[in-house]
Design a protein around this ligand. Structure first.
Ligand code: OAD
Length: 240
């Protein structure tokens, strides 16, 4: 495949690589995407489950949904594509993974510089004392969970619709993107902002852009090259 060898050549000559990932990156691990045929937003209404108003109205329902997603993700493993991205660091590239995914699979695969711009399923934030807590228990004992320190309710440590991204994570993402020689855009529909803004930003700053996705997206037009296929199949081939 000539485009694969072109992509491999660009990758080999790029020291600073930024990887922007979305739900499609985790699809082959068995984590559902949001907008595909079996996507979560086809079966659930984000307004009932992923907004501050939904949490205020029914925290138990929102927690039940996140508890279900935590148990689902806990049973999965990183796939060959996640491992290939971690290996890229070992080949001497300076790699920053900016992920919209909340599943933690990039960390589990061994990537060292992962920015979780939409938060993490394994983090919780106290609605009272604002303390950040890490919790990897797949099924929580009581829903909603309460803060061990102040007794107030904990909320999932994810970004909901209508909320700002964590400022430090977003600043770090902008900085890494501005300095990137190559941006790999993998498994995202490119419809959620500000995450999708990173692609034109990379382009303005002279980075080459490679998209990996089985389908066309609004970001495809900005890519120098598109590899049509699955991340778990194409990433190991790209590294080879
Ligand atoms: P989407 O579900 O919108 O898009 C998933 C993308 O992955 C689609 O473009 C698919 O074609 C592609 N895809 C599917 N399988 C793939 C595979 N095996 N390899 C590569 N690509 C594949 O997911 P996101 O773009 O991540 O936000 O959605 C962005 C945000 O919208 C999420 O972070 C979430 C959601 O609402 C929040 O919850 C704040």
């Amino acid at each position: 495949m000539p485009s694969l060898s072109q992509a491999a050549a660009w990758l080999a000559s790029s020291e600073r690589v930024v990887v922007l990932t979305g739900a499609g990156m985790s699809a082959e691990s068995g984590v559902p995407t949001f907008r595909g045929l079996d996507g979560l937003w086809r079966n659930y209404n984000p307004l009932d489950l992923a907004t501050p108003a939904a949490f205020a109205a029914n925290p138990t329902l929102v927690w039940e949904w996140y508890d279900w997603r935590r148990s689902l993700v806990a049973a999965t493993r990183p796939h060959a594509g996640h491992l290939a991205l971690a290996q890229l660091e070992l080949l001497g590239h300076q790699v920053t993974v900016i992920t919209q995914n909340v599943d933690g699979l990039h960390h589990r695969a061994g990537s060292h510089h992962v920015i979780e711009i939409h938060g993490s399923l394994w983090r919780m934030i106290c609605t009272g004392c604002q303390q950040l807590q890490l919790n990897r228990q797949p099924r929580l004992r009581t829903l909603p969970p309460l803060c061990a320190d102040c007794g107030k309710m904990l909320r999932p440590g994810v970004v909901w619709f209508g909320e700002n991204l964590p400022p430090l994570a977003w600043e770090a993402s902008l900085e890494a993107t501005r300095e990137a020689a190559l941006l790999l855009v993998i498994g995202t529909s490119g419809t959620v902002y500000p995450a999708a803004d990173l692609v034109p930003l990379a382009r303005q700053n002279g980075a080459r852009i490679i998209e990996i996705n089985p389908d066309d997206t609004p970001l495809s037009a900005l890519a120098d090259l598109t590899l049509r296929g699955a991340a778990g199949d194409l990433l190991p081939k790209l590294l080879q």
